[in-house]
Ligand binder design. Structure first.
Ligand SMILES: [Zn+2]
Length: 91
């Protein structure tokens, strides 16, 4: 990851912390979302895997909505509606 403070970007004092939506932790680790791709779409013999870089809370593992591609954030929102209150199903 590039350190934008070193390339003439905003100084740290102009930024604000990002917190985990679930537990408020400010530390995140890199994680991958894995998306399965149908073999029919990629013309292969087996289904493929598409890893997507994201960040997960270092404490509880939650992935904030802002770290998700918009399509996936929407998908999770729909899942949440169906399984009212069961946060363990996210991702
Ligand atoms: Zn958390």
């Amino acid at each position: 990851m590039e350190d934008i403070a070193n390339i003439g970007g905003p100084s740290l004092s102009q930024t604000e912390p990002v917190k985990c939506e679930e537990c408020g932790c400010e530390v995140f680790v890199t994680a991958y979302l894995m998306r399965k791709v149908s073999r029919l779409l990629i013309g292969a013999k087996q289904d493929g895997m598409m890893p997507i870089d994201t960040f997960a809370c270092a404490k509880c593992g939650h992935v904030n909505k802002i770290f998700l591609p918009p399509e996936l954030a929407k998908e999770n929102e729909e899942k949440k509606d169906k399984s009212s209150g069961n946060n363990n199903l996210i991702l």
